[in-house]
Design a protein around this ligand. Structure first.
Ligand code: VNL
Length: 390
């Protein structure tokens, strides 16, 4: 407890120092990247680190004459550890920006540190709607679950799906996704047979899938975090749920590009809504995917990689706008309203909410040149988080 209090005071002092612009410009500009590099969300950490390093390799390790340094730390996706690392990075390493955050609890646990030390917290992965409300220093380059779930609910009703069972991971993003999908689907006249929630840690999907199957819905709506989709897909196929007439739909987390190509033919035809597909047909995305695959053999960039890549872009833009000076408040002001083309399409940061505004795509899993991809077939432009525009 004593230690906590001490660290709290140190965090405040570090903030005062930074905001007083006492840190000389000769110092490197440090980005503390806190990611799950081991443990259940390790694929998210791997993807984001690879993309962040690619961004630096492509754009140089100096901005407006100021050297940029990435400090990568593994939080194993345990929020207490995320917080401890964030404190250390601010107090000892004097980082200028905190970034990364593989899961919602990690992003939330760091929010008080960002606020106290006036350090921008760039959330590159976590996707619960309310994260941006936890600190005025949080900016998000990932997505929110309602952004994807609402267009999917509209598509479902228009395409003959009259009843669903929902199955989500039992924490922030899952609950957001369930709520957004169910509300919209019901408002469109759809029937929700049952809503199931499966634990985040060590999930055993089989009893839940059994329940879903017993409900005989037209479709099963699923959200599970990145890295977990293949396990659900495997059991969905093994149980013969598709053959029993149940369609699998969900947010794009379930057909994650990191795993999709190994999911087999059972994944063909699965419809999802999301903000990024490695198959997105733009020149910028083709370049991004080729460069990523070249420097990371055997890996395909997924939506986490794009969140990391764009987060770096946002930080570089902000540092440029402050002419290399940085400073928490100045960086944040520069980030608000920033807009650029991402490998996912055009994006911007809503200056009011600090949340991302981006296109959402409906996609279908298809085989392209022998590989499984999410092929986009409909675009919803400039989607804000629907949970905030109510
Ligand atoms: C979260 C949301 C994490 C979506 C995810 O994968 C994901 C989160 C690690 O907010 O915790 O795909």
């Amino acid at each position: 407890m004593k230690k906590r209090t001490f660290l709290g005071a140190a965090v405040l002092a570090a903030g005062a120092l930074a905001s007083g612009a006492a840190l000389a410009q000769g110092q490197p500009f440090k980005i503390g990247l806190i990611l799950p590099m081991t443990g259940p969300q390790a694929s998210t950490g791997r993807q984001i680190e690879a993309a962040a390093r690619l961004y630096v390799a492509q754009n140089g390790d100096a901005v407006a004459g100021r050297k940029v340094e990435l400090v990568v730390r593994d939080d194993t996706s345990l929020p207490d550890m995320t917080k401890r690392i964030a404190q250390e990075l601010v107090v000892n390493d004097h980082v200028d920006v905190l970034a990364g955050f593989g899961i919602t609890p990690a992003a939330l646990s760091t929010a008080p540190i960002a606020t106290q030390s006036k350090t921008p917290e760039v959330v590159m992965a976590a996707a619960t709607s309310t994260i941006v409300d936890a600190s005025p220093y949080i900016v998000r380059t990932s997505f929110t679950l309602p952004q994807a779930a609402v267009p999917l609910a509209d598509w479902a009703v228009k395409n003959g799906i009259k009843s669903v069972v929902t199955l989500v991971s039992d924490y922030g993003p899952g609950i957001d996704g369930e709520k957004a999908f169910v509300e919209r689907f019901k408002a469109n006249g759809g029937k929700v047979v049952e809503s199931l929630r499966v634990p985040l840690r060590n999930p055993d999907f089989s009893p839940f899938l059994q329940k879903a199957q017993d409900g005989h819905p037209d479709a099963l709506f699923v959200f599970v975090p990145s890295g977990t989709g293949a396990a659900v897909m495997k059991q969905f196929v093994q149980r013969g749920m598709a053959k029993a007439g149940i369609r699998l739909i969900g947010t794009g987390d379930i057909t994650d590009d990191d795993q999709l190509n190994d999911m087999g033919d059972g994944a063909l035809g699965v419809i999802t809504a999301h903000h990024y597909s490695a198959e997105h047909p733009s020149a910028l995305n083709k370049q991004f995917v080729a460069a990523f695959e070249k420097t990371n053999k055997g890996m395909r960039p997924n939506f986490m990689a794009v969140g990391g890549y764009d987060g770096m872009h946002l930080i570089y833009d902000a540092l440029k706008k402050t002419a290399g000076k940085g400073g928490g408040d100045a960086l944040l002001a520069a980030m608000k309203g920033d807009a650029f083309e991402s490998p996912r399409g055009p994006i911007s940061i809503d200056p009011q909410t600090r949340d991302i505004v981006q296109n959402i795509y409906l996609r279908k899993v298809e085989r392209v040149n022998g590989q499984l991809y999410n092929v986009e077939f409909e675009t919803f432009k400039d989607v804000k988080d629907p949970a905030k525009s109510k």
